[in-house]
Design a protein around this ligand. Structure first.
Ligand code: ARG
Length: 595
C-alpha cells in the first residue's frame, strides 16, 4: 500500500505539472498549524523563485487543479494562503478507504523494501565472565528493537551478540584460579590426559573471581604480568588454558542466555571476539601487502585520516609491538568473517557512544582496504549513558555494579505495588502482570529517549501510568482490549483484523484525528528504521495512544444505538489496537490482557 504522504504528493505533482511547474516542488508536509489544516505544501514559494512568479499565483493555480471535481477526491479542502502556502485537508471518504486498506492488508499495508538487504546488527556486546553493566542493557534493548524493526520491514536481519570473550579478563581469571586452586590439572604442566568436562567453578564463583582478580592486578604488578602472559598463551592455543576458557565460556554463556531471555532479547548468532582470531593473520598480511599497514614505533598501524576531517582521527592500531592484537584488529577480522559468511549490505553497531572513534577507525580501514564493498553501509548507533538521579552513571543503591536480576526485580516490585493499589485482580495475576508491565516500563523508558542522549533512570517516572511511559501505552491497549471484550460478551462479533467492519467517515474531530494518526503508520516505520531511531516509534505510539484516548472520551462506543455506526467504531479501535500492538512488538514489548 502506498504511504499516505505519497498519495497526496501524487496529486500535488500532477497539479504542479499541469500548471507547467516542475514536480519537485510538490512536497507535502505535516501541518505546523493543525488548527488550520492537516497537511500543507510549501512548494509554491520555491517554485516562485525558480519561475520568477508570485508564490500566491502559483498556489492559486495549483489549488484550482486540486479542487477540480474528481471521482475519488484525495482532498476535501485545498486553500491557497498568503504568501503562497497550500493548506490541505484530507477527504473523509479517501481517509476511510485508506483505513479499510490498512485493515485488510498484511502488515497493515507496509510495503516491502525495494531491496531485501542483509543487515548485521552487532549488539549486546556482553563480556564473558564480567558482570553486565547498564551499557550492555541499553545495547540489548536498543539493538533488539532495531533487529525487530528491520525484520518486520522485510530485511534479512542477523543479530550477533559479539561477546567479549578474548581479552585480558581471561588471563586474569586463569591466574586467579591458579592461586585459588593450584592443584587443578590445568596447571600441571606434566599432565597429558584429557581435561575434565565439568567446570572447576560455578557461575557465582566465576562472578566473584573476576572482580577479585581485577582488583589484585591493580595492586600486584607481577600478577598482572602473569595474567597478560596467560592471555597470550590462551590466544596462541595452549591446550590447558583453552580447556579452562571453554569452561568459562560455557558457564558464562548459560547465565547470559538466561539474562537476555528475561529481557526478551534473543540473538541469531552467539559469536565472539575469539571467532575472529583465525582471520587475523591473513588480514594483517593483506593490509601490509596493500601498503596500508606500516610499522610505527614497533607497532603496526593504518592511517585513516582524511582531508575533509574536521577533527583528528589517529591511525588505527592493528598490532602492538609484542605481537598482541587489539580491539580494532578483532573488529576488523570479525568483518572479514561476516563478509565471508553473509556478505551483508549493511552493518549496524549498537555500542556506547564513547566508542565512536574506534568504530570510525575500523570503518575507514574496512573501506580503504576493500574488506567491505564501497557501497556497504556502516552504521554506528552510539548510545548515551543511563544515569542515576544524581546525574552520575547508574549504580545500585549499594554503589556496586548493576545486577540485571536485581534491577528487573525492583521494577517489578514497584509495578506490583502500583497494580495492587486498585486491587482489581488477584495477587497472583498482579505478579504476572507486573512482570510484563515492568519490562515494558524499563524498555520503553530507555527507547523513548533519543539513543545518543544520556538519560536518567527514574523508576517512579518509568512506571507511571501517565505520560510517555510504557505502562501508559499498555494501559491504553488494555483499555481497547477491554472494550472489545465487552462488545463480544454482549454478542458482538469481531475478527482480529476487523477488516469486515466498515469504517464510516468520522463524525467528530477526535475521530478524524485518530484516523489521520493511524494513516501515518507506514511512513513512521520506514523513517524510524532508515534513521535507526526507535524513539520515533515511541513518539508515534504515544501520539496514537493520546489520539485514541481523546476519541474514547468523546465517544460512546458500546452504548451507540446505530449498529452500523457501532460497527464502524469497533473497526476503528481494532485497527488502533493492531497499530499499537505492532509498534510495541517492534520495541520488544507486549501487552497483558488486563492490568
Ligand atoms: N564488549 C564490548 C564492551 O563491553 C562491546 C562490544 C561492541 N561490539 C563490537 N563489535 N566491538 O565494551
Amino acid at each position: 500500500m502506498k504511504k499516505i504522504l505519497e498519495l497526496m504528493e501524487q496529486e500535488l505533482r500532477a497539479a504542479f505539472t499541469a500548471c507547467g511547474y516542475e514536480e519537485k516542488f510538490a512536497r507535502v508536509v505535516l501541518s505546523n498549524r493543525p488548527d488550520l489544516c492537516e497537511y500543507q505544501c510549501n512548494g509554491a514559494m520555491a517554485a516562485a523563485k525558480a519561475y520568477r512568479t508570485k508564490p500566491i499565483d502559483i498556489a492559486n493555480a495549483v489549488v484550482e487543479k486540486l479542487t477540480a471535481p474528481k471521482e475519488l477526491p484525495v482532498f476535501e479542502e485545498a486553500v491557497a494562503v498568503m504568501p503562497g502556502f497550500i493548506n490541505l485537508k484530507l477527504s473523509e471518504t479517501f481517509l476511510v478507504d485508506y483505513m479499510a486498506g490498512m485493515a485488510a492488508a498484511d502488515k497493515l499495508g507496509l510495503e516491502e523494501p525495494e531491496k531485501k538487504e542483509t543487515i548485521i546488527v552487532d549488539y549486546g556486546g556482553a563480556n564473558v565472565a564480567k558482570p553486565l553493566h547498564v551499557g550492555h542493557l541499553r545495547s540489548a534493548i536498543i539493538g533488539e528493537s532495531i533487529k525487530r524493526m528491520g525484520r518486520f520491514m522485510g530485511y534479512e536481519m542477523i543479530g550477533d551478540v559479539h561477546l567479549g570473550d578474548w581479552g585480558l579478563q581471561m588471563g586474569l581469571i586463569i591466574e586467579e584460579l591458579r592461586d585459588r586452586k593450584p592443584e587443578l590439572v590445568y596447571f600441571d604442566e606434566t599432565y597429558t590426559g584429557e581435561y575434565p568436562t565439568e567446570a572447576p567453578f560455578t557461575i557465582s564463583e566465576l562472578e566473584e573471581i573476576y572482580p577479585a582478580a581485577s582488583a589484585k592486578s591493580k595492586a600486584d604488578e607481577a600478577f598482572k604480568e602473569r595474567a597478560h602472559q596467560a592471555t597470550l598463551k590462551l590466544q596462541k592455543g595452549y591446550k590447558p588454558f583453552r580447556a579452562i576458557w571453554d569452561h568459562i565460556l560455557a558457564v558464562s554463556v548459560a547465565d547470559l542466555k538466561k539474562n537476555y531471555s528475561s529481557l526478551n532479547v534473543d540473538f541469531d548468532l552467539w559469536k565472539g571476539e575469539s571467532d575472529a582470531e583465525p582471520y587475523i593473520d591473513d588480514m594483517v598480511q593483506m593490509l601490509t601487502e596493500r601498503g596500508l599497514a606500516y610499522e610505527s614505533q614497533g607497532a603496526l598501524v593504518v592511517d585513516v585520516a582524511e582531508e575533509s576531517d574536521t577533527k583528528e582521527i589517529p591511525p588505527c592500531l592493528i598490532r602492538k609491538s609484542d605481537g598482541a592484537s587489539l580491539y580494532a584488529t578483532s573488529d576488523l577480522a570479525t568483518i572479514v568473517e561476516r563478509e565471508q559468511d553473509f556478505c551483508p549490505d549493511r552493518y549496524i553497531y549498537v555500542v556506547d557512544k564513547r566508542q565512536a572513534m574506534h568504530f570510525e577507525q575500523v570503518f575507514r580501514v574496512a573501506r580503504k582496504s576493500g574488506i567491505v564493498k564501497p557501497d556497504t553501509k556502516m552504521i554506528f548507533l552510539g548510545f548515551g549513558t543511563m544515569n542515576g538521579k544524581d546525574g552520575k552513571p547508574f549504580k545500585t543503591r549499594e554503589g556496586g555494579v548493576m545486577r540485571l536480576e536485581k534491577l528487573i526485580a525492583d521494577i517489578d516490585e514497584a509495578v506490583f505495588a502500583r497494580i495492587m493499589e486498585n486491587r482489581t485482580v488477584s495477587e497472583e495475576e498482579a505478579r504476572e502482570t507486573a512482570k510484563v508491565v515492568g519490562l515494558a516500563a524499563l524498555k520503553y523508558g530507555d527507547l523513548s529517549n533519543q539513543a545518543s542522549k544520556d538519560y536518567v533512570f527514574d523508576i517512579d517516572r518509568f512506571i507511571s501510568f501517565e505520560g510517555n511511559t510504557g505502562p501508559y501505552i499498555l494501559y491504553t491497549i488494555v483499555r481497547i482490549k477491554s472494550i472489545l471484550g465487552k462488545y463480544k460478551d454482549n454478542g458482538g462479533c469481531v475478527s482480529s483484523l476487523a477488516a469486515e467492519k466498515k469504517i464510516l467517515p468520522a463524525k467528530g474531530v477526535s475521530e478524524k484525528a485518530l484516523m489521520l494518526q493511524l494513516a501515518k503508520y507506514s511512513e513512521v516505520l520506514e523513517n524510524s528504521f532508515a534513521e535507526t531511531a526507535p524513539h520515533k516509534i515511541c513518539q508515534y505510539i504515544y501520539e496514537t495512544a493520546n489520539a485514541f484516548n481523546s476519541f474514547y472520551h468523546d465517544t460512546k462506543i458500546l452504548s451507540e444505538e446505530d449498529e452500523t455506526q457501532k460497527d464502524s467504531y469497533i473497526g476503528l479501535i481494532t485497527l488502533t489496537k493492531r497499530v499499537l500492538e505492532t509498534c510495541i512488538g517492534l520495541l520488544g514489548i507486549e501487552a497483558p490482557e488486563r492490568m
